[in-house]
Design a protein around this ligand. Structure first.
Ligand SMILES: [Zn+2]
Ligand SMILES: [Zn+2]
Length: 175
């Protein structure tokens, strides 16, 4: 079990989350899309997190070879008018369920970072920050992409509350 906290101010950003061995595959993000918000079902289920070993999000660079006309991968971010690009963003970002962290994060605006039609595409850099101002999270929640909230692995740290809690329990008076 792991809690993620802001590396700058120490505020806990998540509850106790269970690690997934990998980011779950999303074959068809349109399946299970919310009728009202048009958001896909969250890639990661509530109470869990997964480390994304691949570069994710901004910045992007041109793909070496133009992609064939295959459907983009289910988790691909929506980008328009930019030709064929691949992410040159951070590796090892922490993917969490939006509902597990949104209440503790503040949206901020910086350039196009909320661009999207039904929600942010997540392709324009961080759009959520800690109350201390650290811009540590990017939420992708548009109608044509995944619903994923990525925590910046450099701006958050992980800790295991289990050990500390057990110590407290052991020290407590028993009936
Ligand atoms: Zn903070
Ligand atoms: Zn939309």
């Amino acid at each position: 079990m792991t809690v993620f906290s802001c590396a700058r101010c120490g505020t806990a950003l998540t509850g106790d989350l269970v690690a997934l061995p990998a980011v779950p595959d999303v074959d068809d993000p349109d399946e299970g899309r919310d009728k009202k918000t048009q958001r896909a079902r969250s890639t990661v289920p509530r109470g869990h997190y997964a480390i994304d070993p691949d570069p994710w999000g901004a910045p992007f660079r041109a793909a070496a070879a133009p992609r064939q006309h295959t459907r983009s991968r289910g988790r691909g971010l929506l980008r328009t008018g930019t030709g064929s690009t691949i992410s040159a963003g951070q590796r090892d970002s922490l993917v969490v369920h939006p509902d597990d962290v949104l209440p503790r994060l503040d949206p901020f605006t910086c350039g196009d970072n909320w661009t999207g039609c039904c929600g942010p595409t997540g392709a324009h850099g961080p759009n959520l920050g800690c109350a201390c101002g650290s811009r540590l999270a990017t939420w992708a929640a548009d109608c044509m992409g995944p619903n994923e909230l990525h925590l910046d692995p450099v701006r958050v740290y992980a800790w295991q509350p289990g050990a500390a809690a057990q110590d407290r329990l052991d020290g407590r008076e028993r009936p």
